[in-house]
Design a protein around this ligand. Structure first.
Ligand SMILES: Nc1ncnc2c1ncn2[C@@H]1O[C@H](COP(=O)(O)OS(=O)(=O)O)[C@@H](OP(=O)(O)O)[C@H]1O
Length: 204
């Protein structure tokens, strides 16, 4: 990471850091003051989204159902499958809390980022000690994309939506499989709500 001058903020984005065992120690050794931001969404939808992304690159992979279960009859879930493993947020957070105080970590709700992008970005700006420059007036809902988009991209006067790889249509997953996954994640989600002090509402 480059050295950060007075009045600057250096940012870096790598989704896999959150689930990489060695990352907290390494980042802490680089700078203990680093502020960490993690976007989390319902781990069941996250797993399906993850699968959808892999499927778009490798159309021949087995079905979501067959990757989810070690044994379909007993309903035993394959927690070694990364799409499942990554959603056990409480476990990953435990690892980070060995190195960083919880005040230094902000969890952004992936669901709220879609339903209220300005609100979530307001929290991000506060967390980073920035003035709330980005507000409601910067977003509009794009019917075609089905997501909020920026009215003007940075350095341009044109609207800007995220690219085609964001907001893909997910395959239909059998409701029984979804329910089994909901039951699997519930205790981990409860622990995560407790640890973060925020109720993300994934278990309604
Ligand atoms: N404004 C806006 N436009 C489009 N997409 C949006 C937006 N806000 C959040 N999302 C959600 O972002 C999801 C993709 O982000 P990823 O986490 O996969 O990104 S990354 O690969 O980790 O960089 C993507 O997940 P999928 O819907 O499963 O594709 C979106 O639901």
């Amino acid at each position: 990471m480059p050295k950060t001058l007075e009045g600057q903020i250096t940012m870096e984005k790598t989704p896999s850091y959150f689930v990489t065992r060695e990352a907290p120690a390494r980042i802490s050794a680089m700078s203990r003051d680093t502020k960490l931001i993690v976007v989390v969404r319902d781990p069941v939808t996250r797993a399906i989204s993850d699968y959808t992304q892999t499927l778009s690159k490798k159309p021949d992979i087995p079905s979501f159902e067959s990757l989810t279960f070690k044994n379909r009859t007993t309903g035993l879930i394959d927690t070694s499958w990364s799409a499942i493993q990554i959603g056990i947020y409480a476990k990953h957070l435990d690892n980070w809390l060995q190195y960083f105080p919880s005040e230094q970590i902000l969890f952004v709700s992936g669901e709220r980022l879609i339903s209220d992008p300005a609100g979530e970005l307001g929290r991000v700006q506060d967390f980073l000690g920035l003035k709330r420059i980005i507000t409601d007036k910067h977003f509009y809902f794009n019917q075609t994309k089905g997501f909020p988009c920026l009215k003007k991209a940075e350095g341009s006067s044109k609207p800007h939506c995220l690219g085609k790889t964001k907001g893909r249509t997910h395959p239909n997953i059998h409701p029984e499989v979804v329910q089994r996954l909901r039951d699997f994640y519930r205790p981990f989600n409860m622990k995560f709500y407790q640890m973060t002090g925020r109720f993300f509402g994934w278990d309604d």
